[in-house]
Ligand binder design. Structure first.
Ligand code: SAH
Length: 377
């Protein structure tokens, strides 16, 4: 008779925050300070070979070989846009692929990190949503994007050593629907023994999962961005269907209170500019009323098209006019520069390779084909 022996899966040390790493070493009968040493090796030194960790005893390294691993995602494909924006397509152990984008600027380098394989929210103007959903990323897969990008960029001699100075959780997925793993990964980004980024340089962006925003405020002090996109419920219900569950009144109340203990901080409101949909002076005036009393700044994002979308980007003059109306009312508004769109690396263009379990991508393509056929009649 065949005897099946089952070995416990190894712990991927890449995804352990300081707290989790300390608990891990204590469970092995080791001192908690081992956590700092190993965090530093992995994230500061970029090491993934246990044997390279020379301040651990040989016996401890042998033990780690048995029960632990440091497994980053694999780079399946990468490309650089004309403006220097760099796209990584990362393959995960189960074959799904996610996208991570590096956006270099003169004073900083921002990494746009994914939190899920696909997304469940299905915002009408976002190509990730149209890909459907497979699963949440583990903490190791989230921080693994930072690890892989930082290492790859520092190996690339055209960039300097610490290329990643900022992280935005604005890649594929809704980070607040993968709460624990996202918070663990952000803890590692902020940890002085790992990436040591300041709380103002790590931003979580949400479509407005109200209860999770309240919880986040209690456990993390990273910067917050909200994907607003519409100044009234009627329109937002269509563009961001999550609005039906958490309407603007509730969302705005959380935003109002979010940084009430620190008057210097504000919520970034993201507003995608869709021609003829949400970009008129009337919308701007509604937005002014909506943001009254809310410490906020508005980021206007020119819409980035993708093949099956019905939406169009507002023209420059319309965006400028919209911005001027906001500014005249004392609202700080900037227009986000479009980066990386020639390699489909811009906001809302990230698709990865999602083994869709929702069949939404299929339905979306059928709907699009039907609408094309109808307009050809
Ligand atoms: N789910 C989170 C994280 C994604 S962030 C959130 O909604 O905030 C990605 C940002 O790009 C969001 O503000 C999103 O609304 C915006 N976006 C999505 N599709 C876009 C598109 N086609 N053009 C421009 N911006 C887009």
């Amino acid at each position: 008779m065949e005897i099946l022996t089952q070995t416990a899966p190894k712990t991927n040390l890449l995804g352990l925050s300081r707290k989790a790493m300390e608990a891990f070493f204590v469970s092995l009968g080791e001192k908690p300070y081992r956590a700092q040493q190993v965090l530093k090796w992995i994230h500061f030194e970029g090491v993934h070979a246990i044997d390279a960790m020379t301040n651990l005893s040989k016996a401890l390294r042998a033990k780690l070989h048995e029960i632990a691993e440091i497994t980053p995602p694999e780079i399946a494909y990468e490309s650089t846009a004309q403006d220097g924006t760099h796209k990584f397509l990362l393959r995960l152990a189960d074959g799904n692929c996610i996208e991570t984008i590096f956006i270099p600027e003169t004073e900083r380098g921002t990494l746009c990190v994914s939190s899920q394989v696909g997304c469940t929210l299905n915002c009408d103007f976002c190509s990730t949503g149209k890909q459907g959903f497979n699963r949440n990323l583990s903490a190791a897969e989230i921080i693994g994007q930072v690890w892989t990008a930082a290492r790859s960029l520092s190996e690339n001699k055209t960039t300097h050593d610490r290329a990643v100075t900022n992280v935005v959780m604005m890649g594929m997925g809704e980070p607040l629907l993968n709460f624990d793993n996202v918070v663990s990964a952000m803890d590692i980004m902020l940890d002085d023994f790992a990436y040591g980024l300041s709380k103002r340089r790590v931003t979580l962006s949400t479509a407005g999962v109200v209860p999770a925003m309240l919880k986040l405020r209690e456990v993390s002090d990273v910067a917050l961005a909200v994907s607003l996109h519409a100044p009234n419920d009627e329109l937002r219900d269509v563009l961001v269907p999550l609005n039906k569950k958490y309407p603007l009144k509730e969302l705005m109340q959380v935003c109002k209170d979010y940084f009430k203990d620190d008057k210097r901080r504000y919520v970034t409101m993201e507003y995608v500019m869709l021609a003829g949909i949400n970009d008129t002076p009337t919308h701007a005036k509604q937005l002014i009323r909506l943001l009254e009393g809310i410490p906020s700044k508005v980021n206007l994002i020119p819409f980035n098209p993708f093949p099956t979308t019905i939406y169009k980007r507002s023209d420059r003059a319309t965006i400028d006019k919209f911005r001027e109306i906001l500014m005249a009312a004392g609202i700080n508004a900037i227009t986000r520069k479009t980066r990386g769109d020639d390699i489909d690396a811009a906001c809302g263009q990230l698709v990865g390779q999602v083994k869709d379990r929702t069949r939404r991508s299929e339905r979306h393509l059928k709907k699009f084909a039907d609408s094309q056929n109808a307009s050809n009649l």
